[in-house]
Design a protein around this ligand. Structure first.
Ligand SMILES: CC(C)(COP(=O)(O)OP(=O)(O)OC[C@H]1O[C@@H](n2cnc3c(N)ncnc32)[C@H](O)[C@@H]1OP(=O)(O)O)[C@@H](O)C(=O)NCCC(=O)NCCS
Length: 197
């Protein structure tokens, strides 16, 4: 799939997104989340900040009314982040396989880190499979370092690496995140919809 002629939108995940998110989650992860986990995060956790990345049908985005039509959007990926005190935790990140390698995963990661910064997080952490070198390479770009190895963290017995990036002691990282996010949003022509107050 190509991003040429595509229109992307990133917006807060809503309850109506859950069926498509669960379906993509099942396709991507060996240990997918049950629907109830997303319901809990979206409806009942005020500290959860989840976003979806959508492709807007380019033939339908020419008018404002069409732009607003829900059925014209297709889910390409999602990211989730929780703020726990001064810690941000990236709980999930995924891009549809046929849309990978086009900076979309990086954009979603940066949206989550930026959200953590906005909510006062001093550090941001996440778990990643030891075998997932693609995701580890992405996280290394933003100074995530291994804090702990979690023995048999996953249901199939694989270990996880718990990675952390320090936001309070690395102001350069915060600036780099924001500058790169702005560059990617412009280059990919992503429209970003903020959470309603
Ligand atoms: C991890 C994931 C989100 C990356 O999404 P993506 O859109 O393909 O990534 P991007 O195109 O934005 O690439 C960003 C960085 O990821 C790394 N990366 C992406 N594809 C890679 C590949 N095939 N090999 C090695 N590194 C790769 C690189 O560091 C890349 O930066 P670079 O372009 O400067 O080299 C995607 O592969 C995915 O959904 N994987 C399955 C779910 C998953 O593993 N989630 C993370 C759980 S912790």
């Amino acid at each position: 799939m190509s991003r040429r002629d595509s229109t992307f939108r990133i917006r807060p995940m809503e309850g109506r997104d859950i069926p498509a998110v669960v379906s993509l989650d099942r396709r991507i992860f060996r240990d997918p989340w049950p629907e109830s986990a997303y319901v809990q995060e979206i409806y009942f956790n005020p500290d959860a900040h989840y976003f979806v990345l959508e492709l807007l049908d380019p033939t339908q985005v020419r008018t404002w009314h069409a732009h607003r039509r829900r059925q014209s959007a297709r889910l390409l990926g999602f990211v989730g982040m929780r703020v726990e005190g001064t810690r941000g935790h990236i709980s999930t990140l995924a891009v549809r396989p046929e849309w990978r390698g086009q900076d979309l995963g990086e954009t979603l990661l940066l949206i989550a880190i930026d959200e953590a910064i906005k909510h006062g997080a001093h550090l941001v952490g996440l778990e990643v499979r030891v075998s997932n070198t693609v995701a580890q390479s992405l996280y290394a770009k933003y100074d995530f370092e291994t804090h702990t190895r979690l023995h048999k963290y996953y249901a199939d017995g694989e270990d996880a690496l718990y990675l952390q990036a320090r936001l309070n002691t690395d102001k350069q990282l915060c600036s780099r995140v924001r500058e790169r996010l702005a560059t990617l949003i412009e280059a990919l022509q992503v429209s970003c919809v903020q959470r309603e107050a």
